[in-house]
Design a protein around this ligand. Structure first.
Ligand code: APR
Length: 326
C-alpha cells in the first residue's frame, strides 16, 4: 500500500495507512461520501480534472457555453434546453461496470458497517454494484419530471429523446400549453385587428384608451412543459432526503470516508462540517484538498488504495456483478 501511495506522492504516509487500517477494522457505522473520482476507472470522466468533463466541454467549444458548468445550470437549461439535450447522451448511464471502489462500498455494506453512501454521482454504479443504502445527493437519470406540472415519470420515458438528441415535452400538460399558446395567438390577432380598425377610425375621433382590454390577456405560465431528468442542476435545491438523512446519520456515524471528490460543491462538501469533530475522516483521492483538513489523507488511485487497504484488513472485494469484466 505504501508503494501505491508513494508512487503517486512523495509523502510519508505509512503512519496514516496504519491509522486508516486500524479505524476501518473497528468502525461499525461508516459514512462513505463519494464523487466522480470513483467512476473514472469505469470510463466516466470526472468534472474538474484536466481531462474531466468541464475541460472537454471547454476544449470542444461546441456548445458556446460561457462556463462549462452552464451545461448543468437550471436557468441556462430553461433558456436553452436544446444544448443539454444535444449533450446528455454522452453522460447517460449505459453499460458501465462498477469499479473496485463501488464494490468496496458494497463490501462495507455486506460487513454490516455501512451507515450510508452519500454519492454525488448520477451514474447509478453504486446500485449496479449492489449497494442498497446509497443516497444519490445529486439525483440520477432514473426518474424525470416536467418543469411545468412537476409530473414525475420513469427516466426511460425520456431515454429515446436523449439518445436522439430531442427535447421531450410533457404529454400531460401539452394540451393545456397548446391551448394557452392558441389563446395568446388569438388575443394578439384580435389586438392587431382592433388597432387596424382604430387606425381607420383615427381620422374621426380618438378612441377611448380605457377601452384597452389588457386585463383579458390569456394566462401564460412561460413554462413550455419541458421534461428534465431528476439530476440536480446548479441553482436547484437538493431533495429534502439529503438533510433528513444527514440529520439522523450525524448522531450515529463513527467514521467518515471521503473518496474521489474535489469537495468543491455545496451542500455535499459541507457534510464534513456537520459531522462531530470526534469522528475521524479518511480522504482517499488522486489530488489533495486544501480547503478542508481530513484527519487522514491517502493520496493516489482510489481503486488501488481500497484494494490495498482490504488486503491489509483481510477483506476481499466482491467481483463485478454478473461476472462483467472489471
Ligand atoms: N482515484 C482517486 N481520485 C480520483 C481518481 C481516481 N482514479 N480520478 C479522479 N479523482 C479525483 C480528482 O483528482 C478530483 O479531485 O476525483 C476528484 C473528482 O472531483 P470533481 O471532478 O470535482 O468531481 P466531484 O467532486 O464528484 O464533483 C462534485 O460537481 O459538477 C458538479 O454535480 C457535479 O456531482 C458533481 C459535483
Amino acid at each position: 500500500l505504501s508503494r501505491v501511495l508513494r508512487r503517486r506522492e512523495k509523502l510519508p504516509q505509512e503512519n496514516t495507512v496504519d491509522d486508516a487500517v486500524r479505524l476501518l477494522s473497528t468502525a461499525k457505522r461508516i459514512i462513505v461520501l463519494s464523487g466522480a473520482g470513483i467512476s473514472t476507472s469505469c470510463g466516466i470522466p470526472d468534472f474538474r480534472s484536466s481531462t474531466g468533463l468541464y475541460a472537454q466541454l471547454q476544449a470542444e467549444g461546441k456548445y458556446e457555453l460561457d462556463d462549462p458548468q452552464q451545461m448543468f445550470d437550471i436557468s441556462y437549461f430553461r433558456e436553452h434546453p436544446e444544448v443539454f439535450y444535444s449533450f446528455a447522451k454522452q453522460i447517460y448511464p449505459s453499460n458501465f461496470v462498477p469499479s473496485p471502489c463501488h464494490r468496496w462500498i458494497k463490501l462495507l455494506e455486506d460487513r454490516g458497517v455501512l451507515l450510508r453512501n452519500y454519492t454525488q454521482n448520477i451514474d447509478t454504479l453504486e446500485s449496479l454494484a449492489g449497494v442498497t443504502n446509497v443516497l444519490q445527493c445529486h439525483g440520477s437519470f432514473s426518474t424525470a419530471s416536467c418543469l411545468r406540472c412537476k409530473d414525475r415519470m420513469p427516466g426511460s420515458v425520456i431515454e429515446p429523446y436523449i439518445m436522439s438528441q430531442r427535447i421531450p415535452y410533457c404529454p400531460k400538460c401539452r394540451p393545456q400549453r397548446d391551448a394557452e399558446i392558441a389563446a395568446i395567438k388569438a388575443y394578439r390577432a384580435q389586438r392587431r385587428a382592433k388597432s387596424k380598425s382604430k387606425g381607420k377610425a383615427k381620422a374621426t375621433w380618438d378612441d377611448d384608451e380605457t377601452e384597452d382590454d389588457d386585463d383579458d390577456i390569456p394566462e401564460w405560465s412561460g413554462e413550455p412543459g419541458i421534461i428534465k431528468p431528476d439530476i440536480t442542476f446548479f441553482g436547484q435545491a437538493l431533495d429534502s432526503e439529503f438533510d433528513e438523512c444527514l440529520f439522523r446519520d450525524r448522531e450515529q456515524v463513527d467514521l467518515l470516508v471521503i473518496m474521489g471528490t474535489s469537495l468543491k460543491v455545496a451542500p455535499v462538501s459541507e457534510v464534513l462540517s456537520h459531522i462531530p469533530h470526534s469522528v475521524p475522516q479518511i480522504f482517499i483521492n488522486l489530488t489533495p484538498v486544501t480547503h478542508v483538513k481530513p484527519d487522514i489523507c491517502l493520496l493516489g488511485d482510489a481503486d488501488s488504495i481500497v484494494t490495498a487497504l482490504s488486503d491489509r484488513l483481510g477483506w476481499s472485494i466482491p467481483p463485478p456483478p454478473h461476472g462483467d469484466a472489471a
